[in-house]
Design a protein around this ligand. Structure first.
Ligand code: SAH
Length: 378
């Protein structure tokens, strides 16, 4: 029997060891394969066995920062339902619902609209069994029985409002890097000590795969491509165009496509090395909203924005909502409300990096807040 390794000698995670074995057997794996396994490996994937949110977890998301985030999205949904001509049967779909907090807050806010809840089915697209349990508990408290799916494609056709907050950043990206004038796929292999290490595939990728915006990039530049994200964007667009509906996509990322390595790992609210302990840190990359919007438009739907999260929430009435909630709040709750609002919209917190893209059926009028003139500053 092999002697157990002394504590501290294990350089990587259980999934890291498994990946090293796969690479030793089959050769280096492309970055998108590494990304997908790190998050979604059935036993060891980051999301598969844990609830990563909150102060004691690894990161915090907007719905966990303040109830007002989900509530304003609920108000957006109520307006969307009316613009869809108040369909009798309809779907509210959330992609990657985390703890179910956004959905619970949104439902509370949109339920003030008479008739809206009557023909509503809540559909959740979630891969993590652990998080499905948490979502079920959260929504049970809100009096809702959702239906879960592995993929958006599996949700039944009907007029739909679709919400995705910090979902797209969790879908894998491929990376390509320019070397001696040609683009090569970035891969994860093993270094001389057997540890996971980045490398480049020997053969260049076909020219057709290199996007136009990367063409003139400098030697050594890295470009990120995400067929997985584009496929979900196309499915959102197809569904909305065929059956009526609208969507809100919220995530961190850039308005225009451009080169750069944005792959990152987060654990305990700190950046970590991407390759050190796969399965134990969250892996994400920035969302390329220009490419996402192009996939939406190609599918037939209309895309609006993206605008910054700060602008979106302000134009949706964050301040007014805060004032309303303050009236019924005690001193501590008031502090929580104003800190939460600040964190959501401040440029140096979530207000600037996070963007919001709205999607509608081509015949629908402009959705909120794109139908409202931005506030004129005095
Ligand atoms: N929207 C939530 C959670 C964001 S974290 C919030 O704002 O708090 C990402 C979520 O997407 C998690 O629920 C995760 O389990 C889920 N997820 C990630 N990749 C997925 C995939 N490929 N398919 C389905 N769900 C996925």
């Amino acid at each position: 029997m092999a002697k157990p390794k002394p504590e501290g000698a294990r350089r990587t995670s259980a999934l890291g060891e498994l990946m090293a074995g796969m690479i030793a057997a089959d050769g280096p794996m492309p970055v998108d394969r590494f990304f997908a396994l790190a998050l979604g490996h059935p036993q060891h994937g980051y999301y598969m066995g844990r609830d990563p949110f909150g102060r004691s977890g690894d990161f915090i998301t907007a719905p966990e920062v303040s109830q007002m985030f989900g509530e304003l999205i609920g108000i957006w949904c109520a307006a969307g339902w009316q613009i869809m001509d108040a369909p009798a049967e309809w779907n509210l779909i959330e992609l990657g619902p985390g703890r179910g907090t956004l959905m619970a807050d949104a439902l509370r806010a949109c339920s003030v609209m008479p008739g809206l809840r009557d023909g509503l089915t809540v559909h959740l697209v979630e891969m993590s069994p652990e998080l499905r349990k948490v979502q079920g508990e959260t929504l049970q408290r809100a009096g809702v029985e959702p239906v879960w799916h592995d993929r958006l494609e599996d949700v039944p056709d009907a007029p739909s409002l679709i919400i995705a907050n910090e979902f797209f950043d969790a879908l894998p990206v491929q990376q390509i890097q320019k070397q001696a004038g040609r683009w090569h796929e970035r891969v994860v292999g093993l270094d001389a000590d057997g540890a996971l290490a980045f490398g480049l595939a020997a053969d260049p990728v076909p020219e057709a795969l290199v996007p136009g915006w990367a063409a003139g990039a400098d030697e050594g530049a890295i470009a990120e491509l995400s067929p997985a994200r584009e496929a979900v964007a196309r499915e959102i667009s197809r569904r909305i165009t065929a059956h009526m509906g609208a969507a809100l996509i919220i995530d961190y990322g850039h308005v225009r496509s451009g080169v750069g390595d944005t792959l990152q790992a987060i654990t305990k609210h700190q950046f970590a090395d991407v390759l050190s302990r796969p399965g134990e840190a969250d892996i994400t990359s920035h969302v390329d909203f220009e490419t996402l919007a192009a996939a939406i438009t190609a599918g037939g739907a209309k895309a609006y924005g993206p605008v910054t999260q700060g602008e979106f929430l302000t134009r949706m009435g964050l301040r007014e909502r805060e004032d309303m909630l303050r009236k019924r709040a005690d001193a501590r709750a008031r502090i929580r409300l104003s800190r939460g609002a600040q964190r959501l919209v401040a440029g140096n917190q979530m207000g600037q990096l996070f963007k919001v893209l709205a999607v509608t059926h081509p015949d629908m009028p402009k959705p909120a807040p794109f139908n409202i003139e931005p506030e004129k500053r005095a």
